[in-house]
Design a protein around this ligand. Structure first.
Ligand SMILES: [Mn+2]
Length: 251
């Protein structure tokens, strides 16, 4: 199992986060964390109360993990990351019990802990993680917790059909609505020099097709430049939702 490498892993990363309300929503309910070696995106549930509170609260334990990771904590990385997401669930759920006007609030969370050679991931919902490399292009690392993605995984729907179905917005799992949450921990990904890790809310992936995302990453000169270009691509396509991206490039 990989262990925290402390600042050494963080120092190899050029990372940047961007978030925007978009052009149609009244407020931004997304939140992000860009504190290498910990990166995260959270998309507060729309149509529910206090999505912005949920997404911000859910990331607090991950921010705490980021500060501990700088001093090298001796726990297996994947376990520490998933535990931080579960603690985020506790925070959001407990806060809603104390503030009845926030009952039912919830959020997606997709989090990454970047080690010296690998990336650990933990996620709940439909915010995504992608890896980009010059050789392989764009590879999705997470599976959305939606009925359509489950149907694709079971071979009952093609990815093209799934992208058209309205159920693609229904979340089967959310952080904060229930006392317990099942956190997905995908296989660790590698991240070599020159390769990039992208975390994003569906405000990017709904309007901007994956080949376009890949092109933007291929021409990015820095994490900040790439993150800004991705955000702009979503706005250029109508910015229908809050848009959030966190991009990290291994130096
Ligand atoms: Mn969204």
């Amino acid at each position: 199992m990989s262990r925290f490498q402390g600042p050494t892993a963080a120092e190899t990363l050029d990372a940047a986060g961007r978030s925007d309300t978009g052009l149609l929503r009244p407020a931004n309910e997304d939140s992000f964390l860009c504190e290498p070696p910990v990166l995260a995106v959270a998309d507060g549930l729309g149509g529910h109360p206090a999505g912005d509170v949920a997404s911000a609260l859910a990331l607090e334990p991950l921010a705490q993990l980021a500060s501990q990771a700088q001093q090298a904590v001796g726990a297996p990385a994947s376990e520490a990351l998933a535990e931080a997401v579960r603690r985020g669930n506790d925070r959001v759920h407990a806060d809603a019990q104390e503030h009845p006007e926030r009952l039912g609030m919830g959020t997606t969370v997709t989090a990454a802990l970047v080690g010296e050679h690998t990336v650990q991931l933990a996620h709940v919902g439909d915010s995504r993680a992608y890896r980009w490399s010059p050789e392989d292009g764009l590879t999705r690392l997470t599976r959305d917790h939606t009925p359509t993605e489950e149907a694709v995984a079971a071979g009952a729907l093609s990815p093209e059909e799934a992208a058209q179905r309205p159920e693609r917005h229904v979340l089967l799992r959310v952080v904060g609505t229930d006392p317990e949450v099942a956190v997905d921990v995908p296989e660790p990904a590698t991240l070599a020099s020159g390769e990039m890790l992208l975390l994003c809310s569906d405000g990017l992936t709904e309007p901007v097709e994956e080949p376009v995302i890949a092109e933007i990453l291929a021409s990015a000169t820095s994490a900040a430049d790439g993150a800004t270009a991705l955000l702009q691509a979503a706005l250029d396509r109508g910015g229908p939702d809050n848009v959030t991206v966190v991009l990290a490039r291994r130096r």
